[in-house]
Design a protein around this ligand. Structure first.
Ligand code: CIR
Length: 262
């Protein structure tokens, strides 16, 4: 393996089991109520896949009061230097941060937070080995991004602000890091040229949902049901694990949303 890259080589992960209230989770378009039992099975397979990729996984208890609480990624940005607690732009999700904070306080020496008034959700943040890309979206605004930029400048990170196409929930709904120099992206996101300094593998036509994947050590975890994109990744030499995600997808949730990785 080449030089250690903390943007995709990890030892730990945090997940949170879905609560039965997840059926009331936020969604951009209503394409049906998630099947809770099937979601629980998918979630267990996701945790198992993280284990197989080498993660020690902390599994947190469900939060009935927070239907979207399983999407832990949005609450914090984990970096080798420390963790930054986010300030979600969805009012029903603001309180999730206080729920996860004690866990993160116990794991990281340095804990910073976005105090506001700006908002930022970590689904809008893609960390690569050379920069932290942050998408402005309906959940993440320029004030939130500016506050993060000032925290990260003290930690030696360069932040680059980009924008998220209309109708796309988060920046990482449409892209993922595959390795130190390669990004998986939809064409609609990459066409503005934001990834011109990287190699880009595009999701296949009609398979935009496959763009939210995660590279964890030697594996790429991706949603099942996107055979053309899966083939592209396999042909490019990646070891993929395809995981059922039909129920979280009804709530605009994908592979990255379900864990914090560090
Ligand atoms: C929401 O709308 O906030 C949730 N239903 C989905 C969050 C997905 N999180 C992510 O992409 N990081």
């Amino acid at each position: 393996m080449s030089e250690y890259d903390p943007s995709w080589q990890f030892t730990r992960a945090i997940t949170r089991r879905p609560a039965s209230s997840v059926t009331a989770g936020l969604r951009g378009v209503d394409i049906g109520t998630p099947d809770f039992d099937l979601m629980l099975r998918h979630h267990a397979q996701y945790v198992e896949a993280l284990h197989e990729a080498g993660a020690r996984v902390i599994e947190l208890d469900p939060l009935d009061d927070f239907p979207d609480g399983l999407f832990v990624e949005d609450t914090a940005l984990c970096l080798p230097e420390g963790v930054v607690l986010m300030r979600p732009g969805a009012p029903t999700r603001l309180g999730e941060v206080a729920q996860i904070e004690p866990v993160l306080q116990g794991l990281f020496d340095k804990v910073a937070r976005i105090d506001g008034p700006g908002t930022i959700e970590a689904g809008d943040i893609l960390t690569t080995s050379r920069e932290v890309l942050v998408g402005q979206s309906l959940r993440t605004n320029s004030e939130g991004i500016a506050e993060l930029a000032s925290i990260l400048s003290n930690w030696g990170h360069v932040l680059r602000e980009v924008s998220v196409p209309e109708g796309v929930l988060h920046f990482k709904t449409d892209c993922s890091l595959l390795d130190t120099t390669t990004i998986l992206s939809t064409e609609r996101l990459a066409k503005s040229g934001i990834f011109s300094d990287y190699n880009v593998i595009f999701t296949a036509d009609e398979e935009e949902e496959a763009a939210n994947a995660i590279r964890y050590n030697d594996f790429v975890l991706m949603s099942a049901g996107f055979p053309k994109t899966a083939q592209r990744l396999t042909e490019a030499g990646y070891h993929i694990k395809q995981l059922g995600n039909s129920e979280c997808a009804k709530l605009d949730g994908g592979m990255s949303c379900l864990s914090l990785r560090f």
